[in-house]
Ligand binder design. Structure first.
Ligand code: DGT
Ligand code: CA
Ligand code: CA
Ligand code: ZN
Length: 580
């Protein structure tokens, strides 16, 4: 008999814990990564590890990301449900330490020193120690550290409450695949903030039409992860996945699906506006449908969203716009602006290769871009200031550009690679590379990577200086924020926008889901000033190009149209603009 102690999610969780603990102890980075990659690989398996191990015709080791050591560990886990190394590591490590290392701004070394000196057992004790000013007296710490820790605690807490959009995507894809096995499901949509494309998602809302709600709920409870049921009724259920993410499921009648989808997509503000419009028309609206106020049980619309909005005299509204702003006004007249779509994008103007910290060559990036239907790209590796990422100095950069020239000459398919650089805006103000070198580029990005703690005046001056440099074309990730991890640096964006207008420069919407920088409100402000926005992936690998989608959603949320976006232009249009 086989002991079925561990499913794939459990094993992946053990490997993640191993990686976290090894990292905390300063273990070899490759060992740490091996565990992380193993965890990811196992989560992606469609078959249970236990079954693969039991099957003599299959070899777990042959799967990418799983080496011989991890196969041994899988065997131990499947047989015993425990990993002795992990138990030992856990015994030796106070649990609060792991939590402390997740506080932005507090590294493993400092966390360990603090924990030992103050004998901390919880984050609450750490917070109290900072508030009491007990940290500043320790060797190697200062009053400022207390402020950093307090701010970090807040960010970490907020982040643990909400899922970033790419994490939500991963969960949604797994849920979708899992539920696809149920034949009684006639319709299925993910609603809520996920459907609206928010940067972060509080919980995932699933809406289903099925004649067999019990079957659907049973299946959801069997989701291959650590699942606990929070509540379960006849047609709705909430579960918690891996102790963190909440998933809400509602099974609704076919004739109400549109009304339910409209209701549970939200936002609450949008729903309030829609309902108040209904009332003015003598109608009521709830998650079952639209009815006349004088006979509220008799629904006159509800099967589709189009029908629901249509009954209220509105055009269908894109979920990204449903935030209770101007979308109702648009929907009652000509409809919303023609929002930017992924298929409008013909270029990606920010990406890295193996020359700096990317994982793929120029040729590989080009192939990937072509496969995604792009017509031209800019290669923009880091400049020398970013030594950690092997940033390029003048001579390596010129050599790369010679390579790109040759590359373009050899191609006859019309695809073009622009000679670019992501040039650091140095702490003291000037660009990291000499003007006579930048002058030879097709495309120059200016970025603030260092000195992010400087004063608002200093950082603003640095960016204005870069915008006024005739060779700089675009400011990347203009506020430097990392969602859930690091707040934006202090910068006078109004001044930056004004200067971009005067200098006819571009601003970036960095599509990386941890950045999404500029944010929605700033994008709207930039659009009002007619500043062309460039949606870039900042890809560090071929797969990195897939984040474009998040940038598109962010731009749509801001109401941006094709005409606002630089990388919908043809290469000739772009070059013409750059020549002026
Ligand atoms: P989240 O999960 O915090 O990222 O945000 P949402 O928007 O997904 O919120 P959630 O999951 O609480 O509810 C999903 C949708 O259901 C929400 O966007 C609108 C609708 N909804 C839920 N509760 C209410 C309510 O009390 N009033 C109204 N008008 N709508 C509600
Ligand atoms: Ca939600
Ligand atoms: Ca919810
Ligand atoms: Zn970059």
């Amino acid at each position: 008999m086989r002991l079925d102690l561990m499913n794939n999610a459990d094993i992946a969780h053990v490997f993640e814990e191993m990686a976290d603990l090894l990292e905390l102890r300063g273990e070899n980075a490759f060992r740490v990564r091996a565990y992380r990659n193993g965890a990811k690989a196992i989560l992606d398996l469609s078959e249970q590890v236990a079954d693969i191990l039991a099957d003599k015709t299959q070899d777990l080791k042959s799967l990418p990301g799983i080496g011989a050591t991890l196969v041994d560990k899988c065997q131990i886990l499947v047989a015993t449900g425990k990993l002795p190394q992990l138990e030992k590591l856990k015994e030796e490590t106070p649990p609060v330490l792991l939590k402390m290392t997740r506080i932005p701004g507090l590294g493993a070394k400092k966390a360990m020193a603090l924990q030992q000196a103050l004998q901390l057992e919880s984050l609450e004790q750490l917070r109290q120690a900072c508030l009491d000013g007990r940290v500043r007296h320790l060797k190697g710490f200062a009053a400022k550290t207390e402020q950093i820790i307090l701010a970090g605690l807040e960010i970490a807490e907020a982040a643990s409450r909400r899922l970033r959009i790419d994490q939500a995507d991963h969960l949604v894809n797994r849920l979708q695949a899992h539920l696809a096995a149920i034949e009684s499901i006639e319709q299925l949509e993910f609603a809520g903030s996920y459907r609206r494309g928010k940067e972060t998602v509080g919980d995932v809302d699933i809406l289903v039409v099925s004649q067999q709600p019990m079957q659907v709920m049973d299946r959801l409870e069997g989701f291959p992860a650590r699942v606990s049921t929070i509540a379960r009724g006849d047609t709705k259920m909430s579960i918690r996945v891996d102790d963190q993410f909440q998933v809400d499921l509602r099974v609704v009648p076919r004739e109400s699906f549109g009304a339910a989808l409209q209701y549970f997509t939200g936002s609450k503000e949008h729903n309030v506006a829609v309902r108040s419009r209904a009332r003015k028309m003598g109608l009521t609206l709830n998650e079952y449908g639209v009815a006349r106020i004088d006979s509220p049980a008799e629904y006159i619309a509800g099967a589709t969203e189009e029908e629901v909005y249509g009954t209220l005299g509105l055009q269908w509204i894109a979920p990204e716009l449903r935030e209770g702003r101007h979308e109702i006004e648009w929907a009652e007249s000509d409809g919303e602006p023609p929002l930017i779509q992924a298929c409008d994008i013909v270029a990606d103007l920010h990406m890295h290769t193996t020359a700096s910290d990317g994982e793929n060559s120029i040729a590989e990036m080009v192939e990937a871009a072509r496969a995604r239907g792009l017509k031209y790209i800019a290669i923009t590796d880091h400049s020398k200031r970013v030594s950690m990422a092997r940033g390029l100095d003048e001579s390596r950069l010129l050599a790369q550009w010679a390579e790109i020239d040759q590359f373009n000459q050899q191609r006859d398919d019309g695809f073009r690679v622009l000679k670019g650089i992501e040039c650091d805006i140095l702490e003291a103000g000037p660009m990291d590379l000499a003007d006579e070198v930048l002058a030879q580029a097709d495309w120059v990005i200016g970025s603030v990577h260092y000195g992010q703690k400087q004063s608002k005046q200093q950082i603003t001056d640095r960016i204005l200086g870069a915008l006024c440099n005739p060779h700089v074309d675009l400011i990347a990730h203009p506020t430097g924020r990392l969602i859930g991890a690091r707040p934006a640096y202090e910068v006078d964006l109004e001044a930056v926008f004004q200067c971009a207008v005067e200098q006819r420069k571009f601003l970036e919407l960095n599509a990386a889901p941890k950045r999404l920088d500029l944010c929605e409100q700033h994008l709207q402000a930039a659009a009002r000033l007619n500043i062309p926005i460039c949606i870039n992936t900042d890809a560090h690998s071929v797969e990195g190009m897939n984040v474009l989608h998040y940038g598109i959603v962010q731009a749509r949320r801001a109401g941006l149209e094709k005409s606002n976006i630089v990388n919908t232009w043809s290469l000739d249009q772009l070059l013409q603009w750059l020549r002026h």
